[in-house]
Ligand binder design. Structure first.
Ligand code: PRT
Ligand code: ZN
Length: 315
């Protein structure tokens, strides 16, 4: 058992560069099996396990477990604090990780960023007390700023030649100005509700984040292949999100007009109907285009329009 600088204990299996494997902290351990680290509990846990489930991979609940074997794919799941996932992946304790891009950027470990996962969206912003005369980032010159993300903030200030006092604090960053600990904060914002309820105003959106899939850069060929299978499944799921499958009947003579309205994967599927002069069209439409396109299709005589959810889109 080894204790890392950030304080979590992890094991290094026999095929992972030596170290002792502490059996009582785990349920299963399979040498050389692809291993993914996900957040044990917190904002990203549920959506990480749901994404895996949508990809046909069932994982046990993280409660009281450090590691468990998934079903539906040769994969082990390691449950960690989000702060520790970039390091675990960089060191090869896990091959893959699902974590906020904010943690990847802050920790700066050498990991490969494979894909954005479309959840956990947030930003890290500078915020000042309401009523502060703010005219631009120069405001922060010489000011005290409380944050859990000092490295991202340091880079932002360095690019602008701003010298500020950055105070690293963990948790409840938003109360720092009210208790006189800082002049401003640099913290995660999602709806903005926390800032408002603490009398703060967001003045600079510095870093945009969402959950990402990261990988150890030195995966062997077998693991890289499995990893590609996994990203293929994830990509299919993400591509089908926000897409609808639409079926409708249309007079044949309006077909060309309908095709120009419908954005298909290649072109819409057209099937003959038993009724002379009519056909059925099937197409995939992005949710945001749906109603506008349906209105245009109705104008050219489309009838019996069905809109279905799309589970997966395999390209
Ligand atoms: O225990 P562990 O260390 O694993 O969890 P944690 O408490 O450090 O992290 P957690 O579960 O709160 O967040 C995990 C990840 O979710 C973050 O690293 C981000 O990538 C992402 N995420 C998305 C958020 C938010 N949205 C978010 N709103 N993380 C934190 N917040 C907090 C923020 O710190 C602030 O206190 O929510 C508050 C602001 O929210 P709004 O909606 O009021 O603006
Ligand atoms: Zn954390």
């Amino acid at each position: 058992m080894k204790l890392t600088p950030c304080g979590w204990a992890f094991f290094v299996g026999p095929n992972r560069g030596g170290g002792r494997f502490k059996r009582e902290t785990t349920t299963k351990y399979t040498p050389n099996m692809l291993r993914i680290a996900i957040q044990a509990k917190g904002r990203l846990n549920e959506q990480s396990t749901s994404l895996l489930a949508e990809a046909g991979i069932q994982v046990a609940e993280s409660k009281r477990k450090l590691i468990s074997r998934a079903e539906g794919f040769p994969l082990e799941v390691l449950y960690l604090r989000d702060d520790d996932i970039p390091q675990a992946v960089a060191m090869g304790v896990a091959d893959l990780g699902i974590v906020g891009l904010n943690e990847v950027a802050e920790k700066g470990f050498n990991v490969e960023q494979l894909m954005d996962l479309g959840f956990g969206g947030c930003r890290i912003s500078l915020a000042v007390p309401k009523g502060t005369a703010y005219e631009g980032p120069e405001f922060f010159q010489g000011k005290r700023i409380a944050t859990s993300y000092p490295n991202i903030l340091m880079r932002y200030f360095a690019e602008r030649g701003i010298q500020a006092e950055i105070h690293r604090i963990e948790g409840s960053v938003e109360i720092a100005p009210a208790v006189g600990m800082s002049d401003a904060i640099f913290d995660i914002v999602s709806s903005g509700g926390t800032l408002i309820s603490n009398g703060l105003v967001e003045v600079e959106k510095v870093f945009i984040s969402e959950a990402v899939l990261i990988a150890n850069p030195d995966l062997d060929a077998d693991k890289r292949r499995e990893c590609q299978q996994l990203t293929f499944r994830f990509n299919s799921i993400l591509e089908s999100r926000g897409m609808k499958y639409v079926l409708m009947n249309l007079p044949k003579e309006r077909l060309q007009e309908a095709i120009s309205i419908l954005p298909g994967m290649r072109s819409p599927t057209v099937l003959p109907l038993a009724q002379e002069g009519w056909c059925s069209i099937h197409a995939v439409i992005a949710q945001e285009l749906l109603w506008e396109r349906i209105e245009r299709l109705k104008e050219i005589g489309a009838e019996g329009i069905l809109v279905l959810n799309l589970e997966n889109m395999i390209r």
